[in-house]
Design a protein around this ligand. Structure first.
Ligand code: FE
Length: 335
């Protein structure tokens, strides 16, 4: 009896010790993120534990773990994945006046279950010595037959392409988006393969004229150990297309608190920290992204790519239109 009591006390006291932590499931895998988490630990005394995996794998894991999940925070690199997490009931509303005040309404969940922390643009990348940039004003332009055999872009199972098409659906509806996707397939220089960087490399090496990629990959290629990536990107420049009647397509990296978070207060503190002025600069720079917080500048390199008009549709629509986008890709035979 006495023994049991002592054991009980030990267990409960160790629980109290363990409780000052926050457990993160993150799709991001950058060293600077690690630095930031250290900053948070030093500031708050809350220990940060991170599990890293791809978006789909983390959502699956959260689903399977259910109430037993150790995760408090989910961080993804695409709005559609946060939307999916919410739809699957894996997140909960975050009550934070700081986040609501500082993160624009179109960049957060309408029920406050997730908030954007950084932004990235999906753009056209062309060779420096070409005049192709003068021929591209809009995403709709990319469907022009003058670009037949000139576009290299990754496969349609990629969430960034799905979100780009979801934005197209939001602007112009499904019928136009199907026409557009079909025309892009017609314009492809090859059957889609490889990641965004592989598209940039292909155009640098003379295959096609236009690569579609997220902006931060240009930064990653410039700062790469691999010389072939540095050489390829040194020949390229970014074009920021806009949607007709809109802006340049952006996507987000963002975070939510898991439905069964055990350390909810710490989780909210953690997300607020990532959205704070101190953290924003580093958090965005970590991956050559754009900060979400007003008044915080992007890195010198990112700023050197130029300013652009952001498309201001709600990030919620990227998730809402995802299933339609996947179907359209299928119909258009975009591999
Ligand atoms: Fe990426």
């Amino acid at each position: 009896m006495f023994k049991k009591l002592i054991l009980g006390m030990l267990v409960s006291s160790s629980c109290v010790l363990l409780a000052n932590e926050v457990n993160i499931y993150s799709v991001r895998h950058y060293d600077t993120d690690k630095q930031l988490f250290k900053m948070f630990e030093n500031k708050t005394g809350i220990k940060v534990n991170v599990v890293k995996a791809k978006g789909g794998a983390l959502l699956k894991r959260l689903s399977i773990e259910g109430k037993k999940t150790p995760a408090d925070v989910l961080i993804t690199v695409d709005a559609a994945n946060l939307f999916k997490a919410k739809t699957k009931g894996l997140l909960q509303a975050i009550n934070s006046s700081y986040l609501k005040k500082n993160i624009p309404e179109n960049l957060r969940d309408k029920d406050n279950q997730w908030f954007a922390l950084t932004k990235r643009a999906r753009v056209a990348v062309v060779t420096i010595d070409s005049n192709t940039d003068k021929e591209i004003t809009t995403y709709e332009d990319l469907a022009s037959s003058k670009f037949k055999g000139q576009i290299v872009v990754r496969a349609s199972n990629n969430i960034y392409n799905q979100s780009l098409l979801s934005a197209m659906i939001e602007h112009h509806g499904e019928a136009y988006s199907l026409k557009w996707a079909k025309a892009i397939v017609e314009n492809m220089a090859r059957t889609p393969k490889g990641n965004d960087r592989a598209q940039v490399k292909a155009v640098a090496n003379g295959l096609g004229k236009i690569a579609i990629a997220n902006t931060y990959y240009i930064g990653k290629m410039i700062n790469n150990k691999d010389k072939s990536q540095r050489d390829a990107v040194s020949k390229m420049k970014i074009v920021f297309p806009v949607f007709k009647n809109g802006g340049t397509h952006i996507n987000i990296s963002g975070a939510g608190v898991t439905k069964y978070s055990y350390n909810k207060a710490n989780a909210i503190k953690f997300i607020e920290f990532l959205a704070s002025k101190d953290a924003q600069k580093l958090f965005a720079q970590a991956n050559f992204e754009y900060p979400i917080l007003k008044g915080v500048k992007a890195s010198k390199l990112v700023s050197s790519w130029g300013v652009f008009q952001e498309d201001n549709i709600s990030m919620n629509s990227l998730g809402q239109n995802n299933a339609k986008a996947v179907k359209i890709f299928d119909k258009a035979k975009w591999r």
